[in-house]
Design a protein around this ligand. Structure first.
Ligand SMILES: [Zn+2]
Length: 192
């Protein structure tokens, strides 16, 4: 999937968790903004192993740094696209956010969840593509949905652009429409 689709999928996953919460979280605006940012980073982070990916375009001198990091994480769609990789990132980011929490006053627990929700959404959306995802790395099997490769989509292809991307936008729009009171309760706090 392209970075654009991953950004949107990460937001969609965050939105889903948000509407399934019985009460919207009572968080500061700074936490909200940081959570949306962390969610986006999480949604692109698994492609840290791809020197040409969008996440490196967003980092200055990215491609060089990407080339340095790439050998450490293996080929594209290896460790970082697996449950083991997700757990490692989970621990590293928790440690980093705890440290950051002593400097920046936002709810780091929320930020961590937003990051991990974005990360997980990346693995799910990549599972819809032909290459599949090595969820159980180092076991060298790639999983995808649907299970047959010919039924899955091509990254950056017509189905992703004309069906998956607009479909996710419609899904979010529908959720906001169907749960608008939930959003009003949440947003009202920032207007008071
Ligand atoms: Zn990926």
């Amino acid at each position: 999937m392209t970075g654009r689709t991953h950004d949107l999928a990460a937001f969609t996953a965050l939105n889903l968790v948000f509407i399934t919460e019985t009460a919207p979280p009572d968080i500061s605006f700074a936490t909200l903004a940081a959570a949306v940012g962390a969610n986006m980073i999480g949604g692109l982070l698994p492609d840290i192993d791809d020197a040409t990916s969008d996440i490196w375009d967003k980092v200055r001198g990215g491609s060089l740094l990407g080339k340095l990091i790439k050998p450490l994480v293996g080929q594209h769609r290896m460790l970082s696209h697996s449950i083991v990789g997700m757990v490692i990132i989970g621990f590293l980011s928790e440690w980093f956010l705890n440290w950051l929490g002593s400097i920046v006053l936002v709810n780091m627990n929320i930020i961590w969840w937003a990051l991990m929700i974005g990360y997980f959404s990346h693995l799910v959306t990549d599972s819809l593509t032909k290459q599949g995802v090595p969820w159980l790395f180092p076991i060298p099997i790639r999983f995808g949905f649907p299970p047959f490769e010919f039924m899955r989509i091509k990254t950056g292809g017509i189905i992703e652009k004309s069906l998956v991307f607009p479909g996710l936008i419609l899904l979010n729009a529908y959720w906001i429409y169907a749960n608008y009171q939930h959003y009003i309760i949440f947003l009202k706090r920032y207007l008071e």
